[in-house]
Write a protein that binds this ligand. Structure first.
Ligand code: HEC
Length: 138
């Protein structure tokens, strides 16, 4: 793992540990808020599946899950266009970073080298962490 990546992770964790609420509130219409949270729970499930496939050295399946459920291809199923209308610019960018990091992970994983794949996966989880540190919907 590159040193710079580790430092980045530590920085994000330190800033997410504040006792006060520092996240920006983003108001979605109630139905879209439910949709957004259900997308999120699906992100978690997808991430877990990716790790399971990686634990069993099935990098191809890990790549497929990442592209379909988290990657740029997942955006339509997740109504991202509707959601984006209500998002501040930084949140939209965080969302885009996550989708593109997942697509990048898929491409790296397909090449079959587990260590590079784990490193690429870290960029995905970093984008989860970054957006959660900055925004809330409730
Ligand atoms: C573009 C911003 C953004 C990105 C990227 C993001 N999330 Fe979220 N997520 C949120 C917001 C906002 C909430 C609601 C937090 C709140 O209001 O307390 C949330 C909530 C969640 C929840 C709670 C769902 C519930 O039903 O309460 C889970 C689980 C979650 N996210 C997982 C993930 C995972 C895993 C990733 C990365 C693969 C991810 N999220 C990426 C913005 C994001």
């Amino acid at each position: 793992m590159k040193k710079t990546t580790l430092i980045l992770i530590l920085l994000v964790f330190t800033s997410a540990n504040a006792d006060e609420e520092t996240r920006q509130y983003v108001k979605f219409p109630p139905k879209l808020q439910l949709k957004q949270l259900s997308n999120m729970r699906d992100h978690m499930v997808a991430l877990n599946e990716i790790l399971e496939y990686m634990a069993f050295d099935d990098l191809d399946e890990a790549a497929n899950v990442a592209e379909k459920r988290l990657g740029l291809s997942a955006r339509h199923a997740h109504n991202t266009n509707d959601l984006a209308k209500y998002m501040p610019e930084g949140m939209k960018q965080a969302g885009y970073s996550m989708h593109s990091a997942a697509s990048n992970f898929a491409q790296v994983a397909k090449k079959g080298d587990a260590e590079s794949a784990y490193e690429a996966l870290m960029a995905v989880t970093q984008s989860c962490v970054a957006c959660h540190a900055g925004y809330r919907t409730r």
